[in-house]
Design a binder for this molecule. Structure first.
Ligand SMILES: *Cc1c(COP(=O)(O)O)cnc(C)c1O
Length: 234
């Protein structure tokens, strides 16, 4: 089996190739290593191989892992669904939050972000798959959410995130990621200083990078297949 270090190198290589193939600078694509369900020791191995940014989806698991690794200079991104009664530990423990799709969640994160910390960097999750996906703001409701979230203190809106329906259809992968990019471009044209497209996972990162991803969220291609012992603690 490949080591975490080998797998990280292979993932970076995939990103580099996809970026070059699209005439993009690979340095503009951040690899977020999604460590959910994997122990702190796996994160430590990835860090030793040069990885600094990690994504987590389950609050309780993440908070424990972050505490266990607090001597390392890691950057943590929350990428899971957010329940309103779990916003406080997210606001206190993470640098970024990717999956915001309602104003109420953004307001709570804003109110609960500790004053001594840098602004929480956030992306709004957009439902680009229509009926096929339940989470994410509908594209026609995005502009209003962006306008409201942009005014909140202690959080900084950076861009958009999507999790399109899983598909092996490369053409559909490209279409979904292009939709997200076009939404970002429209918002930029309206004057919002947004710079982030969080899109692409282990199975579709090439299409995402080709369509402009600035953060790809890669889990199983780095750490292996997941088992879900902690799901009830999410
Ligand atoms: C788990 C997860 C990932 C990583 O998925 P892989 O297919 O393992 O790369 C990416 N994004 C989100 C939001 C996730 O929950």
């Amino acid at each position: 089996m490949a080591t975490i270090s080998d797998a990280l190198q292979a993932a970076r290589k995939r990103i580099d190739n996809a970026a070059r193939g699209a005439a993009r600078d690979p340095a503009l694509v951040m690899l977020l290593a999604v460590s959910k369900t994997f122990p702190a020791d796996a994160v430590r191995q990835a860090w030793q191989a040069g990885q600094h940014t990690f994504g987590e989806s389950y609050v309780q698991e993440a908070v424990e892992k972050i505490a266990e690794l607090k001597e390392l200079p890691l950057e943590w991104h929350f990428i899971g669904p957010i329940q309103s009664n779990k916003t406080r530990p997210i606001a206190e423990s993470f640098a970024w939050v990717h999956g915001i799709d309602r104003l109420k969640i953004a307001e709570r994160l804003s109110a609960q972000r500790p004053v001594g910390l840098p602004d929480l960097q956030v992306c709004l999750q957009v439902n680009v798959s229509g009926e096929a996906s339940k989470s994410g703001v509908a594209p026609r409701e995005l502009a209003a959410l962006v306008a409201a979230v942009s005014t909140l203190p202690r959080i900084k809106l950076r861009g958009l995130m999507a999790i399109p329906e899983p598909t092996a259809d490369r053409h559909l992968q490209h279409r979904r990621f292009a939709q997200l990019r076009e939404l970002l471009t429209q918002l930029q044209a309206q004057g919002y200083p947004l710079d982030t497209l969080s899109m692409g996972m282990s199975d579709d990162l090439e299409a995402a990078v080709a369509e402009g991803a600035t953060i790809v969220r890669v889990g199983s291609a780095i750490f292996g297949n997941r088992h879900y012992p902690n799901k009830e603690n999410a």
